[in-house]
Ligand binder design. Structure first.
Ligand code: 4AD
Ligand code: MG
Length: 460
């Protein structure tokens, strides 16, 4: 007898004999002659109801089955007499694999997200977090499918690097030096003693690698973990997050914006189609307007406007912001949310930011004040994508690196790509968790990643 997933049984058109499932007890109630056991195996949101007849040999044990216990059940899939479900299993065997004690923290009542974060190792067993992580899995698949269908090649960019793509200095050091050997020679670190013989850190972005491969394979993307030691205690930042980074040769900023918009719409439609049950849970318990919002975003054009126009709108709004806004200042989340939630009420793409607030690799515009950058902003979250057309002109790039005090020696290989066969190229980074937040309506990024890493928190 082969094990079946509950998700398949529930989709069955006809009854079946000799089915076998393995899962965990969600609830149990007894009637005179039967025990009704709700079992979930994680394959879908729904449980399957098991009818265990009191004539079963181990019925005394079955009637002690507690929430969280592991069971293996065989029997026949029959039409359910009860309401609310089409199928149930009339068990001929209930094997108790392990009995969960009363202290199991995941009893039937609803728990707060804050409490569940303290038991992050158990929270995927709840309906809500099961749904989050099934959607996370579907979304990962959809990303690969989106790119593969369009001829993009998947690149594995390194996790340990010697560069700081974003130049923000928010790096986690990687070293094998013992702490007492770390500071040497008049306070200066002797990296000669270290594993790589020079400074190394966890990557903040796979972009620089992706650029090298775009100039060889055409259209590429990376999808992997990235790390930032920013000490921001917000509901939208974690120290370890996943980023999707396409990079396209022979592509300008407009092509880049088109891809970003197409991709977000595709991913939303994919989840609306493939994760209906799980999404319904969020529409019911997290955000009543969720499906409407997602449908809207998937079917309407994103508003595109320049940073300069965005700043004008913000200044004219006369709204009191915590942070002042003026040309040359970065947009804060409050500004982004005002624009996308209140002013335009739809996703926005803001382009041409001042060069003083953006990294070295962005292409300098003819005004010499702005760069060909673009951010995609969505309601409730703010920035979900950051990207740009890249500076393909060797001279301009070198000058900018000098201005920013960057070492051309460290980036010699990056500059090489502008020496040999340099072309117009563009790309962006999509924050995978931020997209998941948007799709599920969940307001804290800690609740869409299995084991969140944030300042002072590395448990699990
Ligand atoms: O805007 P960012 O910093 O862009 C880059 O890293 C570029 N190198 C991408 C590229 O052009 N290939 O980051 C991209 C996205 C942000 O828009 C945001 O969604 C997400 O990554 N992000 C974070 N998500 C969670 N926690 C953090 N600390 C994040 N920092 C950025
Ligand atoms: Mg950004």
């Amino acid at each position: 007898m082969k094990r079946t997933k509950i998700v398949q049984l529930l989709q069955s058109e006809i009854p079946a004999t000799n089915v076998l499932i393995k899962g965990w007890v969600r609830t149990r109630r007894d009637s005179k002659d039967f025990s009704f056991i709700e079992v979930n195996d994680g394959s879908c949101l729904k449980n399957i109801q098991i009818l265990a007849d009191s004539s079963l040999r181990n019925y005394p044990d079955i009637s002690r089955l507690s929430t969280g216990s592991a069971v293996i059940i065989s029997g026949n899939l029959v039409e359910s007499m009860g309401v609310g479900q089409k199928w149930e299993i009339l068990a001929d065997r209930v094997e108790i694999v392990s009995l969960a004690p009363e202290s199991y923290p995941m009893q039937k009542k609803r728990h707060t997200d804050e409490f569940l974060r303290t038991i992050a190792h158990l929270r995927p067993r709840t309906n809500k977090y099961g749904a989050v992580f099934r959607i996370r899995s579907e979304l990962s698949y959809a990303i690969h499918k989106f790119f593969r269908d369009r001829g993009f090649k998947y690149i594995h960019s390194p996790i340990i690097t010697g560069s700081d793509c974003e130049g923000a200095g928010e790096l986690f050091r990687v070293t094998t030096l013992a702490p007492e050997n770390f500071l040497k020679k008049d306070g200066i670190t002797d990296y000669g003693q270290d594993f790589f013989g020079s400074e190394a850190n966890l990557t903040v972005s796979g972009q620089l690698s992706a650029e090298m491969f775009a100039l060889a394979l055409g259209d590429v993307y990376t999808f992997g973990p990235t790390f930032r030691a920013e000490n921001s205690h917000t509901s939208r930042h974690v120290a370890e997050f996943w980023m999707v980074e396409p990079e396209m040769a022979f592509c300008n900023l407009e092509g880049n914006m088109n891809l970003a918009e197409e991709m977000i719409k595709y991913l939303i439609n994919f989840i609306l189609e493939e994760s209906k049950d799980d999404l319904e849970l969020f529409a019911k318990f997290v955000d009543k307007n969720l499906i409407k919002t997602l449908d809207n975003v998937a079917s309407s054009d994103f508003k595109r406007l320049s940073y300069t126009s965005a700043v004008e709108i913000l200044k004219k709004s006369r709204k009191k912001f915590e942070y002042d806004i003026d040309f040359g200042k970065d947009l804060q989340t409050e500004h982004e949310r005002y624009l996308t939630e209140h002013h335009f009420k739809k996703p926005l793409i803001i382009f041409d930011y001042p060069k003083t607030i953006k990294p070295f690799y962005m292409r300098v515009n003819d005004d010499n004040k702005t760069v060909s950058a673009m951010d995609v902003l969505v309601p409730k979250i703010g920035e979900i994508i950051g990207g740009s057309q890249r500076e393909e002109r060797l001279g301009v790039l070198e000058k900018r690196m000098e201005e920013m005090g960057m070492s051309k020696d460290t980036y010699w290989w990056y500059l090489d790509s502008r020496r040999f066969g340099s072309v117009e190229h563009s790309g962006f980074g999509l924050g995978f968790e931020r997209l998941l937040m948007f799709i599920t309506g969940i307001s804290n990024i800690r609740d869409v990643i299995p084991f969140p890493r944030t300042p002072n928190s590395i448990e699990f």
